[in-house]
Write a protein that binds this ligand. Sequence first.
Ligand code: ATP
Length: 135
Amino acid sequence: MEKLKLEIVTPDGLVYSGEVDEVTATGSEGEFGVLPGHAPFLTTLKIGMLIARKGNEVIYFFINTGYAEVGPDKVVVLADSAERAEDIDVERAKAAMKRAEERLKKREEIDFARAESALERATTRIQIAERRIVR
Ligand code: ATP
């Protein structure tokens, strides 16, 4: 059976490295799936979920913005940050969500884009930790 080598790398280090059967990720243009033998391509990733299937085992990850490089036998993800669903600290994400919401409420806030992406990271982390992503 052909396998895919999946690597998820962030500035903090290697989040995951292993052989999997299938990868589903959130590209800027939408969700995409990769099976062994896929044609090579490069895509940007937006804040979202990555799912790696390994036989019957399914591993869920939070992926912050980044890139995915797909080849016939590998998927390399370079992300600003990433964690396995079970490593997500929900209380921390809730605190980040609250901070971002407070900032967005303030009229004088200039950096809306920054607050909005912090809010999106936090809400997506909470959804992934609780696996409530509607797909
Ligand atoms: P915060 O404001 O709580 O730091 P953030 O979205 O700004 O959240 P990131 O810049 O995405 O944080 O990540 C910084 C580091 O902290 C990364 O290593 C990331 O994996 C980790 N991290 C951030 N939030 C969480 C969380 N809720 N649970 C586990 N790890 C987290």
